[in-house]
Design a binder for this molecule. Structure first.
Ligand SMILES: *Cc1c(COP(=O)(O)O)cnc(C)c1O
Length: 227
């Protein structure tokens, strides 16, 4: 794990150097889904500050087990509206805000916790007409949703998140995400985060301006079960 983590940090640094960015501009979030809380603890010992999860029950349990570590928890999965409040009680960042219906629950959870919740609007990067794609709001709906997030008490709009389409060109997808991110920043100058890039495409994401990369398998190895 230590070796993998070091290799990922080198990849991030090299990608930054190739476009004249500083590695300090990129936060590494290690996605720990399917791996036990004991691994989260090891990661914290190796200097990891941000961890991500995509399923509520698993995330809630692991966050509770490792509360003493002071990690930042990123929720990166599809969110059911009836779970939104519960997620906001332990997550520091919800990266997968993809519809207005989630906002009331997220705000309620944040209020119960007594902390502002950082939110990213998840942008669909699938080509138009791809049919049932992955989660995320279509680019032309992003500003409307971003405005609603920014206007909801207890929620802080921090930027956008995207997942490159399977089989597509990640550089092109992340270029589209960068355009949307710039529009969101014009709406709210504090919304500077761009979460893009996973194990297979972190270089393309960093080159396109990602401020956050979400890395699972390159650090933890192959996940124990198929997602
Ligand atoms: C699992 C997951 C990741 C990490 O994927 P790897 O390919 O293992 O690096 C990143 N983002 C999201 C939304 C995920 O669900």
């Amino acid at each position: 794990m230590e070796r993998n983590l070091a290799a990922v940090r080198v990849r991030i640094a090299d990608a930054c150097t190739s476009v004249g960015r500083s590695p300090d501009e990129v936060t590494l979030t290690v996605v720990t889904k399917f791996f036990p809380a004991s691994d989260v603890r090891l990661l914290a010992g190796l200097g990891v500050t941000d961890v991500g999860e995509n399923r509520h029950q698993e995330a809630e349990a692991k966050a509770a087990e490792t509360r003493d570590l002071g990690l930042r928890w990123h929720f990166v999965g599809t969110l059911q509206s009836n779970k939104a409040a519960a997620v906001a009680r332990y997550a520091d960042v919800v990266e997968s805000v993809d519809r207005a219906k989630l906002l009331t629950g997220l705000a309620r959870g944040a209020a119960e916790r007594g902390a502002e919740l950082d939110c990213l609007v998840q942008v669909s990067l699938d080509p138009p007409g791809a049919g049932e794609g992955r989660a995320g709001v279509e680019p032309d709906g992003v500003l409307d949703l971003a405005e609603r997030v920014a206007g909801t008490g207890g929620l802080r709009l921090r930027g956008v998140m995207g997942v490159a389409p399977l089989g597509g060109d990640p550089a092109a997808a992340f270029a589209r995400l960068a355009e949307v991110a710039a529009d969101v920043r014009r709406l709210d100058p504090e919304a500077t985060w761009v979460s893009a890039g996973m194990s297979a495409d972190l270089e393309e994401a960093v080159r396109a301006g990602a401020t956050h990369v979400r890395i699972g398998s390159a650090v933890l190895g192959r996940r124990p079960t198929i997602k």
